[in-house]
Design a protein around this ligand. Sequence first.
Ligand SMILES: Nc1ncnc2c1ncn2[C@@H]1O[C@H](COP(=O)(O)OP(=O)(O)OP(=O)(O)O)[C@@H](O)[C@H]1O
Length: 296
Amino acid sequence: MLTVHQLTKTFPNGKGIFDVSFSVQKGEVFGFLGPNGAGKSTTIRHIMGFMKPDQGIVHVGGLDTWSAQGTVQRYLGYLPGEIAFIEGMTGLSFLTFMGELQGMKGNERRDELIDRFQFDVKTPIRKMSKGMKQKVGIVAAFMHQPEVIILDEPTSGLDPLMQKVFINLVLEEKARGTTFLMSSHSFQEIERTCDRAAIIKDGRIITVKDIHELQSMQRKLFEVTFERMVDADAFAASSGIHIESREGLRVRVAVQGEYAQFLAAITPYGIRNLDVFTQSLEDIFMNYYDRKGTIA
Ligand SMILES: Nc1ncnc2c1ncn2[C@@H]1O[C@H](COP(=O)(O)OP(=O)(O)OP(=O)(O)O)[C@@H](O)[C@H]1O
């Protein structure tokens, strides 16, 4: 449904994207990850047909997004990283304007989405918080029910409740066969929605991974606070457990998949508290990259 083939764009300062290739199947949710300045937005702007590549091509539904810009736009929904709203508009006047551009028939879906995301459409956009503006942008990307939706950091600025509403909306659209490309920093969002994810660093794709493979690479850090110092000492001396750090009664253990072994190792002792920290998605990829030292 979406093919990015050997896409290259070099800016005058030497930065840009280089030989970027991946494809997204119909009904697939594809995550696009990478640190700041990695090239996510530049790739997305090419996918949208806003920039002419130096080399390479982007196809959506078999059409070249640069040369067939006008036609392709009708199949696409887009949430930019930073939305440029037109001065003086309210949420509703912006959505009406966008609906007309998209040739949208009927406002039922739009109004249903406004209702779900719970915001006052009559508020002037310049008076809206970042989160409210983001909600307007999400409604604009989804309301015309496009076949392909491109989202640049969709949940930035949304509170946890609204992040859930968003995730459910993506899953619902995915079930209807909508194709997604989504840049994100949130593991939860990627884990709950994506089938595969690519990471880009310094303008180059490092790897494309199935989400289950990604989950199995994820390390969790358990922080165990023991009741007694003697227990903490005994646990810290157990074999097969990877101790990250220790401060008195508090021991931090890194666990990657071997949960049963970890649970068996703490069971004999009195535990005052147990906390768990999840390694960020970027850390996983960065570790993977550092370990391999080569492009996978
Ligand atoms: N129009 C431009 N002119 C010159 N350099 C640019 C231009 N647009 C982007 N860049 C540079 O290209 C690189 C990739 O930028 P891009 O905005 O695509 O990154 P990103 O992955 O979206 O980052 P972020 O997570 O911060 O949004 C950066 O080094 C950026 O400074």
